[in-house]
Write a protein that binds this ligand. Structure first.
Ligand SMILES: Cc1cc2nc3c(=O)[nH]c(=O)nc-3n(C[C@H](O)[C@H](O)[C@H](O)COP(=O)(O)OP(=O)(O)OC[C@H]3O[C@@H](n4cnc5c(N)ncnc54)[C@H](O)[C@@H]3O)c2cc1C
Length: 459
């Protein structure tokens, strides 16, 4: 296994990582990238073991419903890159099970890769979302044939791929990029039916970084984003060679969707687990700021917090149902129920803006106008800020100001905006969850009930 320091050094491998147009050779030297790098390195140190053959226990697949359930608090505590790595490995294992019948030649490769990745203690990011060009056209019908990642050459020892994957979380911080088709493919789209693992430093890979980590200013004003923000990337594959042992699907259009479906499950479970915590956190902030403002007994404020609590509890119930109705792969790995995971993700995403509206409505304008924490450092200003930001005994001005900064940082400005869009789009937009619901919902039962109610069932 790697220590945090060894992890950081392992990234100095000639990778082409860019930030604001500059090639960054050492991620640690760039303040906006150094903080997430450190958070990931801390994750390495947390799980490090010097035992020969040791692997990070978090990367082992759950073998029972209880193990799956026990994994949830671990997922929400771990750093994002470890979580994405866990999801990638679980996706590969579930996909391997689903390929046993139709494309068994890839199964040993996938299993060998997973084993090796664990032993090398590497981090893997998920590269699914293509550039996609014109959304109403299929991959092979695009003006630019590279709008979806594709194989441009097949050699005796491997394939050459070209294209780009967009919005990839933490891509610059991992060791491997797990490339997979973003959707199902049809005959004629064989070149687009490619799944493989590509080292980040493979020749031809270029990675941009977009981050909402605070840029300058006082980190105390950004209590959430300073700790949690991690860059998203465009990953460009400019004719990248991938050897056969790292290719997990090539040309079998009928299996193209297996990877994205398997991933959707793990990704949305991760998303739902975080949403449950975040919903409770928004309830907590609403309750604390109402108390600080002296409005916690005002009826409309209480009703809004009640609604927020109901939403947070329903999300928790949905997560609970996804775990209780977990399924096992043929290899005995447990994964959450598709339908419950998806409908919960949908509810969390669709109602996030209502939660934020209630929070802002309750909190007041200081969400965006509160003085900076460095204003409190000024000895002349401090007593005045305490006087006017405080609301009485037990609610000092600095305490209340910190609550406003947490609310703004999570929901109202740069990182808050990222948070808003991410809730909707990450793990697939609302439409993706509607489709899964449509596929899994027991519509026959519902129709039978409708017919019975109308006296048309003939029973
Ligand atoms: C912060 C963040 C992190 C992410 N991390 C990752 C990651 O690590 N790995 C990864 O692979 N992806 C990642 N994503 C990508 C995410 O899955 C996509 O943003 C999402 O699937 C939507 O794709 P898009 O952004 O290209 O938007 P579009 O596909 O353009 O979608 C925009 C809207 O158009 C609709 N639409 C598009 N095409 C059609 C169509 N043909 N028919 C009907 N409706 C259509 C969609 O439903 C949606 O409502 C991340 C996204 C964000 C915001």
């Amino acid at each position: 296994m790697l220590t945090g320091r060894q992890y950081k050094d392992s990234l100095k491998d000639g990778r082409r990582v860019y930030f604001e147009g500059r090639l960054i050779e050492d991620l640690e030297s760039e303040p906006a990238l150094a903080a997430p790098l450190q958070a990931i390195a801390d994750g390495y140190d947390k799980y490090y073991s010097a035992e020969p053959g040791a692997v990070n226990p978090v990367t082992l697949a759950p073998r029972s419903q209880q193990e799956l359930r026990d994994r949830i608090p671990v997922i929400t505590e771990m750093d994002l890159l470890l979580n994405v790595t866990y999801q990638s490995l679980m996706t590969l294992l579930v996909a391997a099970g689903r390929l046993e019948d139709g494309a068994p030649e890839f199964v040993p490769r996938i299993k060998a890769y997973v084993e090796d990745a664990r032993l090398r203690d590497i981090r893997i990011t998920e590269c699914i979302t293509d550039a996609k060009g014109n959304r109403s056209l299929a991959p092979a019908k695009q003006d630019d044939p590279d709008a979806y990642v594709r194989v441009v050459e097949r050699r005796q020892d491997g394939v050459v791929i070209r294209g780009a994957k967009l919005h990839i979380s933490a891509a610059a911080f991992g060791h491997d990029l797990m490339v997979m088709p973003t959707k199902s493919m049809k005959p004629g789209e064989e070149d687009y039916s490619i799944a493989c693992a590509v080292p980040v430093n493979a020749p031809g890979v270029h990675i941009t970084n977009t981050t909402y980590h605070p840029r300058g200013g006082d980190m105390r004003d950004y209590p959430v984003s300073a700790k949690e923000s991690i860059p998203d990337s465009m990953v460009i594959f400019d004719d990248v060679f991938v050897p056969h042992e790292r290719v997990f699907l090539d040309g079998q259009t009928e299996h193209a969707a297996v990877f994205a479906h398997s991933l959707g499950l793990w990704e949305r479970l991760g998303g739902v687990s975080f949403m449950v915590i975040q919903a409770d956190e928004l309830v907590g902030l609403a309750h604390l700021i109402a108390e600080s403002n002296g409005t916690s007994r005002v009826s409309h404020v209480r009703e809004k917090i009640d609604e927020m609590m109901i939403h947070a509890t329903l999300l928790r119930a949905g997560l609970e149902a996804a775990l209780t109705n977990a399924h096992a792969t043929p290899d005995g790995f447990y994964y959450p129920d598709d339908m419950y995971t998806n409908v919960t993700k949908y509810q969390g995403a669709a109602n996030f803006s209502t939660m934020v509206r209630h929070l802002h409505d309750i909190a007041g304008g200081a969400v965006v106008t509160a003085p900076s924490m460095s204003d409190f450092d000024n000895p002349e200003l401090r007593p005045l800020l305490e006087k006017y930001m405080g609301t009485g005994p037990g609610v000092p001005g600095e305490y209340r100001t910190k609550l406003f900064h947490a609310i703004r940082d999570t929901t109202a400005d740069s990182y808050g905006g990222w948070h808003h869009v991410t809730n909707l789009q990450s793990g697939g937009g609302l439409f993706a969850q509607r489709l899964v619901t449509r596929k899994n919902y027991d519509i026959e039962r519902a129709r039978a009930l409708g017919l019975k109610a109308a006296g048309l069932s003939g029973a």
